[in-house]
Write a protein that binds this ligand. Structure first.
Ligand code: ZN
Length: 250
């Protein structure tokens, strides 16, 4: 059985692994949208990496996660090809936002450093980035169709999840195409590859990645039966306004 936190309350529930599958946005490890006092961004990156592994959101060692340093000139990123459940702070690599150069760390950084560098350069509001090969989002990336807002769970991400043209992983071309398609949204599909989600905190970026995966799963299920209805921009705007007052206050 898995433990999960009920959104908006302090109670903890339990469900079987099969029930948990597809729930996406609730799982046994707590998620702090904004780190409590005393928790550094590197602490948070390790915590989210462990949750990334526990949630089984991306196969094997695929995917990568980064967080902007509070002083703003650098970011910390997960190393290449290491088990997310075993990561420690000493495995993280610090990258300069302006040049993309390694500032500190002994490990080889993720192959998607150019994608993270360009995203932080073009989006000063972004503090955290999560890249996954999560199954249903990646499935939509193989089709020429964005993920539509068939549920309000997508509202924080945008009116839909757009699709970037194909480019080989790890290239500057992928970084250019992904950031162009991302625009001012919070997630973008990378064609025949996966998902990039961003947020005003690393916790927000991770929640956005899970929300996209859950809505992609729901949308896929609906498409087996028919053409699901999509929420309008006006309704999504109303929901975004309501979300501002939702949940626990810091
Ligand atoms: Zn990838």
């Amino acid at each position: 059985m898995l433990e999960y936190r009920v959104r908006g309350s302090s109670s903890v529930g339990r469900m079987s692994a099969s029930q948990a599958e597809g729930r996406g946005f609730e799982s046994r490890l707590p998620l702090h949208p904004h780190p409590p006092r005393g928790v550094t961004v590197r602490n948070q990156l390790v915590e989210i990496s462990r949750r990334f592994a526990a949630d089984n959101i991306s196969p094997g060692t695929s995917g990568n996660i980064s967080v902007r340093d509070p002083q703003g000139r650098t970011f910390w990123i997960t190393p290449s090809g290491m088990d997310f459940s075993q990561l420690m702070e000493t495995d993280l690599v610090e990258i300069d936002v302006a040049s993309g150069n390694i500032i500190s760390g002994d490990r080889i950084p993720s192959s998607e450093v150019p994608l993270h560098v360009l995203t932080y350069q073009r989006r000063p509001d972004v503090q955290g980035i999560v890249h996954t090969h999560s199954l249903f989002a990646t499935m939509f990336s193989t089709l020429n169709r964005p993920i539509k807002a068939v549920h309000y769970q997508l509202a924080r991400v945008g009116d839909e999840v757009p699709l970037a043209d194909y480019a080989t992983y790890g290239t500057q071309e992928l970084a250019d195409r992904a950031t162009n398609a991302l625009g001012l949204g919070n997630a973008v599909l990378l064609k025949n590859h996966g998902l990039l989600a961003v947020g005003e905190s690393l916790g927000d970026a991770y929640r956005n990645a899970l929300d996209v995966e859950w809505v992609a799963h729901l949308y896929f299920l609906g498409l087996q039966i028919g053409e699901p209805d999509v929420l309008t921009h006006e309704e999504l705007e109303r929901i975004r306004a309501q979300f501002k007052d939702y949940g626990q206050k810091p």
